[in-house]
Write a protein that binds this ligand. Structure first.
Ligand code: NIG
Ligand code: FE
Length: 389
């Protein structure tokens, strides 16, 4: 279909000040037209130009499709037992990553791809139209390459995360593992990925180890992102600022100086409150980051250990209730913020020229996404104008 008119939108959020009121670019009684999957017109519903097809929003609200900029979708196995133990009082143990590594190494490629597609469908059904996908659950040269190939089957935003954990066979010589990640593994994986990431944490890799991997990755042509400060102040936030990463993710422990460093370097802070929810950990100080002028993104961190969550509406509700973001700050972070974390300007917005990625809600205002946590409010989901759900 060449063009599609979306009519009778009760409340439209575009994130584009040129397409509506205020910084959220909001309109009531709105319509929009997609032409070849791209937003071609935004205005009052009654003025909507004729198009080849019509989607009647029936007074429901429309928001940009969610941009989930941090996920670990490709894995095999299940760690519900760890979740149950944590809820009964056990602490999170980073060693759980190696349980998923064992299951993932043992899974055939079709099984991995089917699992990733199943989780992607869940995400799409809750309104996600762009998703980043990491490797990190094999930790061998060929195995990480295989995971990235599977990731490339479900997304264009693919991230090499060889520095996720030190595998058992390298436990006695972590320096050799870091050299492998920055050497032969990177060489195998760089052509399959857009980004490189590392897990900078007291229980994972040090600042110097992460720097070694990321500097090599940048030389191999990859963009940089970093898991940092999840379980303690690892110094990773400052490393992300030093390297000019696109995004630093988690930031559960981030000092005022760290927040200022991110603002100064223009690094996005991607917050993943579902990981804190599922590990019963303290939440990130989102207000400190926003007030320091840092661009904040929200993501699910979907993974089998700390956050087996696919729903961005759930993350939005947590961000409002627990991170104390206003609803508009949270909605922006889950859409335009995620796009900034992926250095994309074609998604996360619904102004003229944006990709036609949108969610029609069975609610008169988008704020119902946080006001009615747990309710399924997504009525339809379009990606580049094509119906996903
Ligand atoms: O983002 N922090 C590192 N990686 C994941 C956890 C992975 C796991 O426990 O399997 C995360 O929370
Ligand atoms: Fe993660």
């Amino acid at each position: 279909m060449a063009s599609l008119a979306v009519t009778d939108i009760g409340e439209l959020t575009t994130n584009d000040p040129d397409a509506g009121d205020g910084p959220m670019g909001r309109r009531t009684g709105a319509g929009l037209v997609l032409d070849d999957g791209v937003v071609a017109w935004v205005g009052a519903s009654r003025d909507t130009p004729a198009a080849d097809g019509v989607l009647d929003a029936q007074g429901g609200s429309v928001v940009p499709g969610f941009v989930d900029s941090h996920t670990h979708l490709v894995f095999a196995g299940d760690r519900a037992d760890e979740f149950e133990a944590r809820m009964a009082g056990a602490p999170y143990a980073a060693g759980g990553i190696l349980r998923t590594v064992a299951s993932t190494r043992g899974a055939d490629t079709d099984e991995l791809a089917a699992g990733a597609r199943r989780r992607l469908r869940e995400m799409q059904a809750s309104g996600t139209t762009t998703v980043e996908v990491k490797s990190g659950y094999d930790l061998t040269v060929e195995g990480e390459g295989r995971l990235l190939e599977v990731a490339g089957g479900v997304s264009d935003e693919v991230t090499f995360l060889g520095a996720h954990a030190v595998p058992a066979e390298h436990a006695a010589d972590r320096d050799a593992y870091v050299a492998l990640v920055a050497g032969a593994m990177l060489e195998r994986c760089a052509p399959e990925a857009r980004w490189a990431d590392a897990f900078c944490d007291p229980a994972a890799f040090s600042v110097d180890e992460c720097r070694e991997v990321l500097v090599a990755a940048r030389a191999a042509g990859l963009g940089l992102r970093l898991h940092a400060n999840q379980f303690g102040d690892s110094g990773g936030v400052e490393l992300a600022a030093e390297l000019g990463c696109a995004s630093v993710d988690h930031c559960t422990h981030c000092s005022a100086d760290g927040a200022r460093a991110l603002a100064g370097a223009g690094v996005v802070a991607t917050l993943v409150p579902a990981a804190e929810f599922c590990t019963r950990s303290p939440y990130a100080d989102a207000r400190r980051l926003v007030d320091a002028g840092v661009t904040v993104a929200l993501a699910t961190d979907c993974n089998p250990g700390t956050s087996y969550v696919t729903s961005m509406p759930f993350v939005l509700a947590l961000a409002v209730r627990e991170l104390r973001l206003t609803f508009d700050e949270a909605l922006y972070a889950a859409t335009a913020g995620g796009a900034a974390a992926l250095q994309r300007d074609d998604v996360g917005r619904l102004g003229v020229g944006s990709r036609g990625d949108l969610v029609v809600l069975d609610a008169p205002r988008a704020a119902h996404l946080a006001y009615r946590p747990g309710s399924v409010l997504v009525r339809s989901v379009l990606r580049a104008g094509a119906q996903l759900a």
